[in-house]
Write a protein that binds this ligand. Structure first.
Ligand code: FES
Length: 204
């Protein structure tokens, strides 16, 4: 997993609060003293870097494998699905809580990923690897079939080890699980055939 700066948003929040209080207290002191406060208010380079989009080269990502990168302090998975994985997405929909990704769509599924694959290209799936229940990171369990902690007719997908939520290979949550929603598909777009930019939306 590539490493980058992790944002502790509370730090900036408290700084903003502190700056706001200071500005009110110093309002009578005039414009000259306001300038340093303005510069304090500007986001630090570190905070900007932590919120920035991330470029990912996926030319080394093999079919059937997953790569994890970090964006805004969160794991983002990129899976190069096999033709069988893609075909399987049509078969499990009766078992899913939200097969068409309608819940919290603005937050969880960009317009260009509101399809069965939840992706721009069917073969490449991009998702934030954080369970929508309480925030654990699910494990990849791509192999179909019976195995520990999974049903006998498991189609392949992801298992959250914390409370047993399961997701299919498009990050769609199965019914009757603690997780209320599908995994989030982050904003992303292609810069080239094998180069992704995570954190920026594809133009319509
Ligand atoms: S955090 Fe994933 S099931 Fe509870």
């Amino acid at each position: 997993m590539s490493e980058s700066v992790v944002v502790h948003e509370g730090i900036d929040d408290s700084k903003r609060k502190w700056v706001a209080i200071t500005c009110v207290a110093g309002a009578g002191a005039g414009i000259a003293t306001a300038v340093p406060f303005v510069s304090t208010f500007a986001p630090s380079e570190r905070a900007k870097a932590a919120g920035a989009a991330v470029e990912v080269d996926i030319s080394d990502l093999k079919v059937g494998e997953k790569k994890t990168v970090e964006w805004r302090g969160q794991p983002v998975w990129i899976v190069r699905r096999t033709p069988e994985m893609i075909a399987g997405l049509a078969k499990d929909e009766a078992e899913l809580a939200d097969p068409e990704s309608r819940r919290n769509a603005d937050e969880l599924t960009p317009a260009y990923a509101r399809n069965r694959d939840r992706s721009i290209k069917p073969e490449v799936f991009v998702a934030v690897g954080i369970c929508t229940h309480l925030g654990c990171s699910p494990n990849a369990r791509f192999a179909p079939g019976a195995q520990p902690s999974l049903p006998e007719d498991w189609p392949g997908g992801f298992l959250c080890p914390c409370h047993g939520s399961t997701f299919d290979l498009a990050g769609r949550v199965f019914k009757n699980k603690p997780a209320p929603d599908n995994l989030r598909v982050p904003p992303h777009r292609y810069l080239a055939e094998n180069k992704l930019r995570i954190g920026e939306d594809q133009k319509a």
